[in-house]
Design a protein around this ligand. Structure first.
Ligand SMILES: NC(=O)c1ccc[n+]([C@@H]2O[C@H](COP(=O)([O-])OP(=O)(O)OC[C@H]3O[C@@H](n4cnc5c(N)ncnc54)[C@H](OP(=O)(O)O)[C@@H]3O)[C@@H](O)[C@H]2O)c1
Length: 350
């Protein structure tokens, strides 16, 4: 086992995929055998050149059939969020490649039975396994709180918050998400559909299963905060009085009370009314009960004295570190519970 290596293909090299590609090139447990790209400027480039590393001899391709025909143990599948992943995930699984995907689908999930059935069928056809990975869904809202539950005597409610200051951590989707728009209009037409919680439902379900409770319903709340002055960010400017902050809240209920709550606080700086959260971008788990617990997950201190938001690279890495165990798992959908304690290999390189 110690010498076992895994042949891996990296599918797409955006922010998440680049973190994964770097991992696969550098980790001795992994042999990079293919890289799929869509960007014509990347086609034919050496994988090492795409992430600032020495040449690997593996050239990026946009040829889907060539990727499907490759002999590989696993594909880390991280295409743009604009592409529904299910068709290609199933094609890859059917060729016998295990798939780890931050693009979803996140399973098991009662809201997407048809997709779940297709993934299971493709796994059966290819004798392969599938695991949905990510920071949230995939880590902060499921395996992290489940692990922390080990420190509790009694649990009343598990509360998970994603807190991101989008001035300090600029994201191209800031405008698409409705920042800078009229608050009343955005409240009436949130850019993140009220149905979005269904894509995170597998995470809520894993916590509920771990606690041995049934989720009775999920309620959704959305509120916005106003910019108190004009706020500049990397991709534009938000005018005073327009939307400068958004808070999505999804509450899973059990026994007439909240049992799991996910908050997403996205804020442009701190000149906001109201200002829900202060401080660095982070994931925060609060477990209410006995004894109460709080855990904050944030990137290590940068040279500028800040904790950066690492949600995107973490989304790649949490997938990379699980590749060997997904490859070695029995065919089918592999959840955190199936994986047990993941033991990442090849990280220490003295
Ligand atoms: N679960 C989680 O916690 C979590 C968190 C963050 C992101 N995600 C998911 O992870 C995936 C990757 O995120 P990202 O931030 O890396 O995205 P990104 O930076 O936008 O990169 C996506 C890459 O997909 C390729 N691409 C571009 N247009 C495409 C198209 N029309 N169809 C297929 N692929 C296309 C490009 O690859 P090339 O440049 O190589 O051509 C692009 O760089 C997304 O699906 C996102 O939803 C999940």
């Amino acid at each position: 086992m110690a010498d076992k290596t895994y042949r891996v293909i990296q599918w797409a090299t955006g922010t998440v995929g680049s973190a994964a590609l770097k991992y696969f090139i550098e980790n001795p447990v992994i042999e990079l055998v293919g890289v799929y790209v869509t960007n014509p400027e990347k086609v034919g480039k050496d994988a090492g050149d795409l992430v600032g590393l020495p040449k690997t001899g593996v050239l990026a391709t946009d040829d889907v059939d060539a990727i499907l025909a490759m002999d590989a143990d696993c594909v880390l599948f991280s295409p743009s969020m604009m592409t529904p992943p299910i068709d290609m995930v199933c094609r890859l699984l059917a060729t016998g490649k295990n798939v780890v995907s931050p693009a979803g689908p996140f399973l098991p999930n009662k809201w997407i039975p048809a997709e779940a059935a297709r993934v299971e069928a493709a796994c059966a056809e290819g004798n392969s396994s599938f695991h949905g990975c990510g920071i949230h869904p995939g880590f902060s809202g499921d395996i992290l709180p489940i692990t922390l539950l080990r420190l509790m005597n009694r649990v009343d409610c598990v509360e998970v918050s994603e807190i991101i200051d989008k001035v300090r951590n600029p994201m191209i989707y800031t405008e698409i998400m409705g920042f800078g728009t009229n608050p009343e209009e955005l409240l009436a037409n949130p850019r993140r559909s009220p149905e979005t919680y269904k894509f995170f439902y597998s995470s809520m379900q894993l916590i509920a299963d771990s606690l041995g409770v049934e989720i009775e319903k999920v309620t959704v709340k959305f509120e916005v905060s106003k910019a108190l002055k004009d706020i500049k960010h990397l991709y534009g400017e938000v005018k005073e009085g327009t939307v400068g902050g958004q808070h999505y809240e999804w509450t899973a209920w059990y026994g007439g009370a909240p049992i799991i709550v996910y908050h997403f606080y996205w804020q442009l700086g701190e000149d906001l009314d109201p200002l829900w959260e202060q401080g660095e971008a982070r994931y925060r788990v609060r477990i209410h009960g006995d004894p109460p617990l709080e855990c904050n997950l944030l990137g290590g201190l940068d040279k500028d004295g800040r904790h950066p938001f690492l949600g995107l690279p973490w989304t790649g890495l949490v997938g990379c570190t699980v590749v060997p165990q997904v490859c070695d798992a029995a065919p089918g959908v592999v959840t955190h519970i199936d994986l047990g304690v993941v033991q990442p290999k090849g990280l220490v390189r003295r």
